[in-house]
Design a protein around this ligand. Structure first.
Ligand code: IPE
Ligand code: IPE
Ligand code: MG
Length: 256
């Protein structure tokens, strides 16, 4: 078998991959372990995904780690997740910095312990100027929260007389969302078998190709990621055009 990098040279590579890392609890349950063992095991899949995406030339990887609804879980599980987030940032930030990775966290960080908030800020500032893979961790994140925040920002601009209501275009609005400096996700992956978005990047996923797999997150490795990318590369993205128009666009890109 050829090495994956060589194989992937021949497929259309997504610039931005967004993943809902789901199935940790069930992975642990299948092994008669506590749910939190699944979260620990999931960290190595995060490492694999980051390394693989960096090695094949994907520009951005956004990972859903903790939703604004996940506070509803048992307090003990929440606190393990917070501890794991902190420990992983402490352990991995320098290594990722060496690999030219830019780290960002999206979500309402004000709910986190101040130690975690500080670690987040220092990881972001250390890697701010890095030009390699853009890794974004969505933590205490919700798509509706993000859109509401953007609405608030735009409303302030209007209230301060900086822009008129008629100047609020799709582009102006989107520029007030997180990640407005990187392309919207091309490929969305959800592991763990559920077929829903669970309040992830609601705005940004408008034209993203969706891929669902039953594989549980701790079992999701480079080979699984490659299967997802190959699946993506076989799809025709039409953005409202007809299939024929899109095919002609390949022959004559100036047509549309
Ligand atoms: C995803 O795995 C991790 C988080 C939501 C933090 P789950 O913990 O949701 O795993 P399942 O869905 O219960 O198996
Ligand atoms: C979504 O997973 C959030 C993360 C993976 C962090 P959940 O397991 O919380 O989603 P639901 O509750 O099944 O929709
Ligand atoms: Mg789940």
């Amino acid at each position: 078998m050829e090495p994956p990098v060589k194989l992937l040279n021949r497929v259309q590579l997504p610039r931005h991959i967004a993943i809902i890392m789901d199935g940790n609890g069930r992975w642990a349950k299948n092994r008669f372990l506590p749910r939190t063992a699944g979260h620990h095991a999931g960290v190595s899949s995060v490492r694999k995904a980051i390394e693989y995406c960096g090695s094949i030339g994907v520009e951005a990887l956004t990972l859903f780690a903790f939703s604004s609804e996940n506070w509803r879980r048992p307090q003990q599980e929440v606190s393990v997740l917070m501890g794991l987030f902190l420990a992983t940032l402490e352990r991995e930030t320098e290594k990722l910095h060496q690999k030219n990775v830019r780290i960002r966290i999206i979500g309402d960080r004000t709910a986190f312990a101040s130690e975690l908030q500080d670690k987040i800020t220092s990881a972001e500032s250390l890697t701010l100027a890095n030009t390699g893979l853009n890794v974004t961790i969505a933590a205490n994140y919700g798509g509706r929260w993000e859109i509401t925040e953007a609405v608030r920002r735009v409303a302030k601009l209007v209230a301060e007389g900086k822009i008129g209501p008629d100047a609020i275009t799709t582009e102006v609005f989107a520029s007030n969302l997180n990640l407005s400096d990187i392309p919207e996700p091309d490929l969305f992956i959800r592991t763990g078998g559920e077929k829903r978005i669970s309040n992830f990047l609601l705005w940004q996923l408008a034209y993203t190709e969706l891929y669902f797999t039953d594989t549980l997150w701790p079992d999701f490795d480079e080979a699984e990621l490659e299967v997802a990318i190959r699946d993506y590369s076989g799809r025709q993205r039409r953005f409202g055009y007809t299939g024929e128009q899109v095919e002609n666009l390949f022959v004559n890109p100036g047509l549309l």
